[in-house]
Ligand binder design. Structure first.
Ligand code: NQM
Length: 359
């Protein structure tokens, strides 16, 4: 007999995931992860599951009422690592997060308030808060609208995302190695975590111009090997331990902006080139630009004002993020990161999965 599990599939930003209520899964983490692998698919094609054979479509959100005061829901992000029959719940995902408001409302966890509904989400992966503002006119969630985000065709209703105090979310501090820049494997890098651990490298320092297409970069075996060797050492220096089987830190090659933005990027997540850039990845890279001693500062365009509108160029367009900063003892402190995403519910129903693969 196959088992059944209620799910929704939702596109959140430029990713797509399966959303599940926390109360519908076992609390035992091993059992839970085995179920997620059966649901999403274990092989590289995910032929026997709902995953889409790509890191951006092999994602799960587990959502439940929050145990924290003044917070509506808890959200745990789980990356089902394509082709490796394992999951990684160390990173966070800001794209899937933008679908959490829709899931919370659709599943009755959160009531609609007004024309818009604000949902405070506790991101369990990083124990940080994000405020989501979802469009809810006429007592219903509105998915359609005019907001366009690069990496997604067409337009949809906006979801406003405001991340609060996310510096050092995963590694404990904004510059986890204690340095703005350092040499790894003979290459200057900046290791940063403003919501997502990222290693920022000038593309030129790796013999690239930084404007290559994703397939060009993903097929460059020599580049991939160099990037991975830097990543493994950076992971240790950033306090993440042995990151061989982790999907963090992400690796971002940067170059001067050429489409009117503030910086140009090509990101590996961590072994496949991202067709755009992750939400928190973009926040971390934008943050690297505004600090004078990083490898990003000199080649980026940095606004003077304390509230900095940053446009991060990527292979399929750009990603806008507003960094709300303050100054403390001459140093910049980032209080909030604000950005726009869209989300669409794709289906509601039950997924069937076999029990033989877990016990
Ligand atoms: O950085 C891709 C994505 C992501 C993660 C990745 C994300 C984020 O585009 O917050 O959204 O870095 O694997 O969904």
């Amino acid at each position: 007999m196959l088992n059944r599990l209620p799910i929704m599939q939702i596109r959140g930003g430029s990713s797509k995931g399966v959303f599940i209520k926390a109360s519908d899964l076992p609390s035992d983490v091993k059992q839970r992860d085995e179920i997620l692998l059966s649901v999403m698919g274990r092989d590289d094609r995910q032929i026997d599951g709902l995953g889409g054979s790509h890191p951006l479509t092999s994602k799960v959100a587990i959502v439940g009422p929050s145990t924290k005061e003044d917070v509506d829901v808890d959200y745990l992000f789980v990356q089902v690592v394509v082709g490796q029959n394992r999951v990684d719940s160390t990173p966070n995902c800001g794209n899937i997060l933008s679908g959490v408001g829709a899931f919370a409302i659709e599943s009755g966890m959160v009531k609609i308030h007004d024309e818009t509904t604000m949902i405070r989400v506790n991101m369990l992966n990083s124990d940080k808060i994000c405020e989501l503002v979802v469009q809810t006119p006429n007592g219903e969630i509105e998915y359609e609208g005019n907001t366009k985000i690069d990496g997604v065709p067409g337009s949809a209703a906006p979801v406003i995302c405001r991340y609060l105090d996310i510096a050092g979310s995963i590694c404990g501090s904004l510059f986890p190695t204690g340095k703005y820049s350092e040499k790894i494997d003979g290459v200057n890098v900046t290791c940063i975590d403003n919501g997502m651990p990222v290693v920022v490298i000038r593309a030129n320092d790796l013999g690239k111009n930084g404007y290559e297409t994703c397939p060009e970069l993903s097929l460059d075996k020599e580049l991939l090997a160099k990037v991975e060797s830097i990543r493994l050492e950076a992971g240790t220096r950033m306090g993440l331990g042995d990151v061989t089987s982790k999907v963090i830190p992400k690796m971002t090659l940067i170059s001067e902006p050429r489409e009117g933005g503030n910086i140009c990027t090509r990101t590996f997540i961590p072994h496949t080139c991202h067709s755009s850039i992750g939400v928190l990845g973009a926040v971390s890279v934008a943050t690297a630009c505004i600090f004078p001693k990083t490898v990003a500062h000199a080649i980026s365009v940095v606004p003077q004002k304390l509230n900095k509108q940053m446009s991060v160029e990527h292979p399929s367009g750009e990603f806008s993020v507003e960094l709300i900063c303050d100054e403390s003892k001459g140093d910049l402190v980032i209080k909030k990161a604000g950005l726009l995403r869209t989300a669409r519910i794709l289906c509601k129903g039950e997924v069937y999965y076999p029990s033989q693969n877990y016990n």
